[in-house]
Design a binder for this molecule. Sequence first.
Ligand SMILES: Nc1ncnc2c1ncn2[C@@H]1O[C@H](COP(=O)(O)OP(=O)(O)OP(=O)(O)O)[C@@H](O)[C@H]1O
Length: 298
Amino acid sequence: MSDAEIVCTDLVRIFTAQGVEVQALQGLNLRVESGGLVALVGASGSGKSTLLGILSGLDAPTAGTARVAGHDLVAMRRRERVGFQRSSVGFIWQQTARNLLPYLDAAGNVAAALAVAGLRKGRDERVHEVLSALDVDHLADRRPAQLSGGQQQRVAIAVAIANRPRVLLADEPTGELDDATSAAVLEAMRSVNERLGVTTLIVTHDASVSEHVARTVQIRDGRTSTEVLRSRRTDEEGREHATAEEFAVLDRVGRLQLPQDFVAALSLRDRVRLALEDDHVGVWPEATDAAPTGEDPS
Ligand SMILES: Nc1ncnc2c1ncn2[C@@H]1O[C@H](COP(=O)(O)OP(=O)(O)OP(=O)(O)O)[C@@H](O)[C@H]1O
C-alpha cells in the first residue's frame, strides 16, 4: 500500500481564535495514488484551504498523519521542509500574482523556479520544453501583466512542473477565470497529469471540475464525505459514453456520512435503525415500523 503519493489519515486541525475552538478538519482521510488526478470539492468553510496548507508544509495538523511524495509532513524538520517545497511539490494558487513574479517574463519565471530548485544544467532547454508543453512558448517574453488570466495560469502550471515535482497541488486554480477559460486550464492540468504522470490534487469549490477528472472527492465539515468516479466506455457501435457514479466514503473504522438530501428526505436525526441484508445495509428513521427489530435474546 505504499504506491500513494498523498496519504492523510485521521487529520485534525483545530484553530483557536479569541478563546473559541474551530475544528477545521475533523478526522479527514484521503489517499491519492501515484499518477492520480483528483479534485477535492467543498463549500466555503469546509476545510479545503486548511488541508492544502498542511499538504504544502505551511501548516501542521493538530492530530493525525499526512504523507506527501514520501515525506512525513508531521515529523518533517525545517531543512527537509525546504527541500520538500522546492523539489517534491509544485503549487498553483488562485491569485495569479502569487504564482508569478511580476517583473519577470514567462521564461524568466520558469528559469527562476529552476534556479531556486538548484537546476542549472540545460536550464534554457527546460524552460522552452515546459512552456511548449503548456502551449505558451510563444508568450515566453511577456510579463504577467501582458498575459490574460488563462495564459497566466498556464505559465503558472509550467513554473510548477519545471523542476519535475512528484506532486502538484492547486488551490482554486480557476477561481479568477471565466467558464471557458477555466475549462481550458483544467484540460491543461489534465493533459500535464496524463503526459508527465505527476500526481495532482485540485482543490476548488467549483463542482464543474468533476467533468475534467476521473475522481472527485467531496469535503464536508472537515471530512471527506462522498466521491464521484467518472469513466468512459465505448459501446458496440463505437460511441463513447461518459458515466459518473457517486459513492459515500467509508473510513477505516466504518464511519460514513449520509448525503444531506437523504438525511433531510427521511428526517433522520440522532439515531437510526440499521439492518444487515444479504447484499446491502438498510437505514431507517428511529420511529418506523418498517425496520426489522432485533429479537430479544431473553
Ligand atoms: N487561522 C484560522 N483561525 C481560526 N479559524 C480558522 C483559521 N483558518 C480557518 N479557520 C476556520 O476553519 C474552517 C475551515 O476553513 P478553510 O479556510 O479551510 O475552508 P475553505 O473550505 O478553504 O473555505 P473557502 O472556500 O471559503 O476558502 C472555517 O470555519 C474557518 O473559519
